[in-house]
Design a binder for this molecule. Structure first.
Ligand code: ATR
Length: 267
């Protein structure tokens, strides 16, 4: 990493909980590779403190932007003056940057990161039937990306069913011929199962879906990076499923994050 000086641009990753984050380590390495004078620091921000934090960021002169994760991906949009096409369509963001004029611009890279991560491990979702657990910020991004990637059928299951229905309706407004169903946790009949909830981050969390309905033909994917092997992935391994860890989604987008923050690819 470059030495931190008074010229260094400061970036944060905002999350609650924070202990699991791997983005600072990975993004600081990419900044260093590009000789970019920036540093990424973790900030533990509970949901109720987000409004104060966003006001604080806007007043900081050497602030470059943030990586955004659980539980702020949807809430952060209301504080950003500019949204990219992706952030606006998905109603969620996992990065925002500060412009010269002080405005904040939000963008969503999770969808592209997840698909790149799958491809990097030689998995394809094209023409497959996918069960997606979750309807929050990350799930919104993944749902759009999966359908754009040619998934044949998508089932969305979420604790708050209304949010799953809202996501389905939003996706159908983009393309009314998408085949989208609302799930109840039973994943049988699906080729690929994805956990995009935050369940699994904490010890003792409930499972995000009914693991008794998993079978050996399925690929089970996480987006949680820490712990690496969540209770869902452990259950999937016991059932003889193929598994896909959470880290590739971040690996698939860390260069895109650096580019969004101004550390040019070609430097
Ligand atoms: P992110 O921005 O990372 O996607 P989020 O928008 O807060 O985080 O979404 C969290 C997801 O995990 C949601 O699908 C949420 O379900 P609800 O929409 O019902 O809140 C899910 N989730 C979080 N805690 C949960 C719990 N204890 N049981 C079931 N689902 C949970």
């Amino acid at each position: 990493m470059k030495e931190i000086t008074g010229h260094t641009k400061v970036f944060f990753i905002i999350a609650d909980p924070i202990h699991h984050v791997q983005t600072p380590q990975m993004l600081n390495r990419v900044f260093a590779k590009h000789q970019f004078d920036g540093v990424v620091v973790p900030l533990h921000i509970p949901k109720q403190s987000l409004a104060d934090a966003m006001k604080f960021f806007k007043g900081l002169k050497n602030f470059g932007g943030c990586v955004v994760t659980v539980p702020h991906k949807m809430d952060v949009l209301q504080y950003c003056e500019r949204l990219t096409k992706e952030a606006s369509m998905m109603g969620a963001a996992n990065v925002f940057r500060k412009h010269e004029d002080g405005s904040l611009e939000a963008h969503m890279l999770d969808g592209e990161g997840f698909i790149r991560g799958l491809k990097g491990h030689n998995h394809s979702v094209k023409n497959k039937s996918v069960y997606l657990a979750g309807a929050g910020g990350a799930a919104n991004a993944l749902a759009f990306a999966l359908l754009n990637e040619g998934v044949a059928k998508l089932t969305i299951g979420n604790r708050t069913q209304q949010k799953a229905e809202d996501l389905r309706d939003k996706l159908l407004m983009v393309n009314s011929s998408f085949d989208i169903h609302i799930g109840t946790g039973n994943v049988s009949g699906h080729d690929v199962v994805v956990n995009a909830t935050s369940l699994g981050l904490k010890d003792g969390d409930a499972l995000p879906l009914d693991v008794d309905t998993l079978d050996t033909s399925q690929l089970v994917c996480e987006i949680i990076m820490q712990p690496k092997e969540t209770a869902l992935l452990k259950a999937a391994l016991q059932k003889g499923c193929q598994i896909h860890y959470g880290t590739p989604m971040l690996e698939g987008q860390v260069e895109l994050m650096a580019e969004f923050f101004g550390a040019s690819k070609d430097e």
